[in-house]
Ligand binder design. Sequence first.
Ligand code: SF4
Length: 345
Amino acid sequence: MHLILANPRGFCAGVQMAVDVVAQTISLLPGEKIYVYHEIVHNKHVVGRFQQQGVEFVESLDDVPEGGILVFSAHGVSPQVREHARQRRLQTIDATCPLVTKVHSECIRYARQGYQILLIGHANHQEVVGTRGEAPDAVTVVESAEEVAHLNVRDESKLVYLTQTTLSTDDAGVIIAALKKRFPQMKEPPSSDICYATTNRQHAVRQIAPECDLVLVIGSKNSSNSVRLTEISQNVGTPARLIDDVSELDWSWFKGDETVMITAGASAPEDLVADLCRVLLERFGGDLEQREIFNEDVEFGLPISLKRMGKARGVDLDESRIRVGAPKVTKELYGAVALTVSAKS
Ligand code: SF4
């Protein structure tokens, strides 16, 4: 079997930051109960590992005792949720990805300027719920190109579109084209709202999948960007499977001599990718190639609320930076040392 590991894959800087926020909060407040509003990131292993350390994930702020410690997840929350937390005197730490915050800021700015905002995304996704909450009267969610013909708009000269950060660039492109066709005066955001991590992981699938028999994506079923990776693969004609971990492999998918691309959604931990490579190589033999499509070099700081909490306890987090680089592929963990090949993007 020939395994092609996509680079980049797995954790983005926003997910790494959110995971680090919870880990740092646990170590700053030993013995204290920590609550997280929704899953910190959409991955059952990440959530399960924190649950084992006593962290409780809640879907309602009323499940957090007054004055309790609450982390907001990477997907962001609406101002109404922040206000509710204030009323309950919760000590909040905001792990919202800065690239989601950027979309919130655009939403606020355009709403103040009197624009109607067409927010392309999945209406029930937590990120979209949070962004829409910034200006509920100004935002209309658009989920598909089919909806565009039936949209009611107030003033075609005061329209702008924004997008969820984790959409398929293919699907978003189709919806944006339909919107531009119907509303030629519509304004665009200053730069794409679909984030660098989503774009790069999708681009890697587009580049590598056509030469593969199968694409395996490590990620959870509720992870938007992971599901999109399987769709991109299917769009280029290669079947793809989304699995949380090796336990979901079905051996009937393989003859044993295939070329298999392996990638991971932005919320999937790398140890699960290593397990998958090792298990496949133990069963079928073969080799491992790491294909470098992009070398990501994105750095985020920790949230101010966490830095303040650290300072109050004598821990200086001001200089802490979150940086995610390509993981080192070792024989012990992955079953082989990867030959690394760079590809033109
Ligand atoms: S996928 Fe993009 S928007 Fe979401 S946490 Fe990662 S970097 Fe941020």
